[in-house]
Ligand binder design. Structure first.
Ligand code: ADP
Ligand code: ASP
Ligand code: MG
Length: 460
């Protein structure tokens, strides 16, 4: 069971989570808890490390650390009753707070922030959270032990900020956790792991979903439950469309498509480990425990709801590459993709018309400059005449396995957009036919999501 940042935002919520775990344990379930950082802490750590590297103000670090310490002390006092456990937990928090402060002050002096140090700093969110959750479980009279991702055996690649687990992870985690399950509730940090040299890595923002799935697959869990503040995976982001409805059941593939196309509710890789053993994944609301939530399973039952959800990706940019010299020049696409890969650019969407004179690519906004520079230096003007880009765009996608082989879905999507006078800048549909995605200007994106949600009657 994974608990997100909102689920453990403060001491009262942590106590609620511990009680929820106790109910499962008392029923005879063996359970491992994976936790995020307390709500907002990861953002705070990242912001503060960037500030430290730029402005180098030690006084600001001290201020930030005082707030952070108070937040965690308050949580301890509200979540735990037993005085001894409170003392023991405070000691652990103190020593971590101390290490973190030294690291942030170090960054102030160095004025430098590497991907490796970003992972190190951001790991403290989860590392400060697990002792508190563990203490709260213990104060309910159940044995518990806290682990970092590395301690539990998650070993990853060196890709700081977006590390992937190595195969040996699964056996190691299994060996460490299985013996404890009979009479313990182990608590593991989500999001963070270690590379083969024992250096802290992270699995990407929102990575504790991924951690839960890795641990679930390693121990061959019966189910993986992701507890959040929403009723499950919804037909679209409820922050955009308040009428969005929870989806009772969806397939692994649909859930993956949704997360690739921006549904922040799941980390994009979080389904992969579950698929290894066909483990069902549930997304549930921590604050409405009895609501069934969403069940994610292998089954792809084609339902009447051809379209299941609408998603939005922000912070992306469009790169257009054109030139008559591209027509019929074999290998142009290969060169574009290799060049972008070598520049570390992640490609989100591609579209090329059969005239071959133009190729459109959507990338993360953060990668835009690198993408444009790389293509500029790879091609001479004989082949690629013009490279233009636009950062004021969003990607909207409609997702649903039921679309495969059903005519008219694309027609309905684009007809609705046309009627609403929303200009479509680029379109892409993979031959899997599980999604139709398109680019619109940033100004029109929210309206497009709302309208499509309405047109496909997802609120019904
Ligand atoms: P966690 O607490 O596990 O980290 P997240 O904050 O990552 O949870 O995910 C829940 C958030 O995802 C919600 O607040 C919601 O606004 C957003 N979200 C975006 N798209 C969806 C969707 N399709 N279904 C549910 N939530 C969504
Ligand atoms: N704390 C991390 C983040 O905010 C990981 C997570 O919450 O899943 O991204
Ligand atoms: Mg998340």
């Amino acid at each position: 069971m994974k608990f997100g940042g909102t689920s453990i935002a403060d001491g009262k919520k942590i106590r609620h989570v511990a009680e929820l775990l106790k109910r499962c344990y008392d029923k005879g379930d063996e359970v491992v808890a994976i936790t995020s950082a307390l709500g907002g802490v990861t953002d705070g750590l990242l912001e503060n490390s960037i500030n430290s590297s730029k402005k180098g103000k030690v006084s600001q670090v001290k201020e930030f650390m005082a707030d952070l310490t108070k937040k965690h002390y308050d949580a301890i006092n509200d979540a735990i009753d037993d005085e001894d456990i409170i003392d023991e937990t405070i000691q652990k928090i103190d020593s971590r707070i101390d290490e973190l402060e030294k690291a942030l002050i170090g960054i102030c002096y160095l004025g430098e922030l590497t991907p490796r140090s970003i992972d190190y700093i951001s790991s403290y969110g989860e590392r400060l959270a697990v002792p508190i959750v563990c203490g709260a479980i213990k104060s309910l009279g159940i044995k518990s032990q806290a682990f970092t991702g590395g301690e539990v055996g998650i070993v990853t690649t060196d890709e700081y900020g977006n590390a992937r687990p190595l195969e040996k992870t699964y056996e190691r985690v299994n060996e460490r956790l299985i013996p404890l399950l009979e009479d313990h509730i182990p608590v593991v940090t989500g999001f963070i792991a270690e590379n083969e040299d024992g250096i802290i890595t992270t699995l990407g923002r929102g990575g504790s979903d991924f951690s839960a799935s890795i641990v679930g697959a390693a121990i061959k869990a019966d189910e993986i439950w992701l507890w959040k503040e929403v009723h499950g995976i919804m037909t679209t982001d409820p922050k955009i469309v308040p009428e969005a409805k929870p989806i009772p059941q969806i397939s692994y593939i649909e859930a993956m498509e949704l997360s690739y196309f921006g549904a922040k509710v799941l980390h994009p890789r979080s389904i992969e480990p579950a698929i290894r053993h066909g483990i069902p994944v549930r997304v549930k609301n921590t604050f409405e425990v009895d609501f069934p939530g969403t069940l994610i399973v292998a089954d792809q039952t084609q339902t009447e709801d051809v379209v299941k959800a609408v998603t939005l990706i922000r912070n992306v940019a469009l790169v257009n590459i054109s030139g008559a010299g591209m027509v019929g020049t074999i290998g142009t696409a290969a060169r574009v993709f290799t060049t972008l890969a070598n520049a570390g650019v992640n490609i989100i969407m591609i579209s090329q018309g059969s005239s071959e004179a133009n190729m459109s690519i959507v990338v993360d906004s953060a990668h835009l400059n690198a993408a444009v520079e790389a293509i500029n230096s790879e091609f001479d003007r004989g082949v690629v005449r013009d490279i233009s880009h636009d950062s004021n765009i969003c990607v909207v996608a409609v997702v649903g396995a039921g679309m495969a082989g059903i005519p008219g879905v694309a027609g309905k999507v684009f007809d609705a957009l046309g009627t609403a006078k929303i200009n479509v800048i680029m379109i892409s549909q993979g031959s899997s036919q599980h999604n139709i995605s398109f680019v619109v200007s940033e100004d029109a994106a929210i309206q497009a999501v709302k309208m499509l949600h309405d047109v496909f009657e997802l609120d019904k």
